[in-house]
Design a protein around this ligand. Structure first.
Ligand code: ZN
Ligand code: ZN
Ligand code: ZN
Length: 177
């Protein structure tokens, strides 16, 4: 079928999950997978987990883990048993944002634009901000209502749209008939 052909040729990224405050430090994907399979009836050897990112916070570890669509369905918004405790699994969706101009799609390291404040939309770095008011520089540029939130607000419509773009590039298809 023509449609199947199209689906298979659309390069989409695997979903990612975030699990926080894990006691164990896993040094390989294999170690993590074995632990998950051993401790969770719903997870088996056909599931895939690949550690993308690991961060130590006060002796505990936060993990961002890439998985495959069918594995995501099994674990997302559920608890999985790791080590001695159950851990809640959230989907991890991240929209890259510049900390200099607060626009999306690039990082500060390559930004040549005028600094724009993520709090008040003024022409200065966010960390130099002395303003009390909150204005969103991204909504201001797009002529949207900008004087009731900052560019870091989770309810910002520009941010929500960016998350939507990122989601559209994620593969959620669990099987192809
Ligand atoms: Zn920038
Ligand atoms: Zn400011
Ligand atoms: Zn906004």
């Amino acid at each position: 079928m023509g449609t199947d052909f199209n689906i298979k040729n659309t390069v989409k990224k695997n979903p990612k999950i975030k699990i926080s405050s894990i006691e164990e430090e896993y040094t390989s994907d294999q170690e993590l997978v074995e632990s998950l399979v051993a401790q969770n009836a719903s997870i088996d050897n056909t599931d895939e987990f690949k550690i993308v990112y690991k961060k130590e916070v006060n002796g505990l570890f936060d993990y961002v883990i890439e998985c495959i669509p069918k594995t995501l369905v099994k674990v997302v918004n559920k608890y999985v048993n790791i080590g001695w405790r159950d851990h809640f699994v959230k989907e991890y969706i991240y929209a890259p944002k510049c900390s200099n101009c607060n626009d999306y799609g690039h990082f500060k390291q390559v930004c040549t634009r005028q600094s724009l404040c993520g709090k008040c939309a003024g022409k200065h770095n966010t960390w130099n901000c002395k303003e009390k008011k909150e204005e969103c520089c991204n909504c201001k540029k797009k002529n949207l209502k900008y004087d009731d939130h900052s560019a870091t607000s989770k309810s910002c419509p520009v941010y929500k749209k960016q998350l939507q773009y990122v989601k559209e590039k994620i593969n959620y298809v669990t099987s192809l008939q």
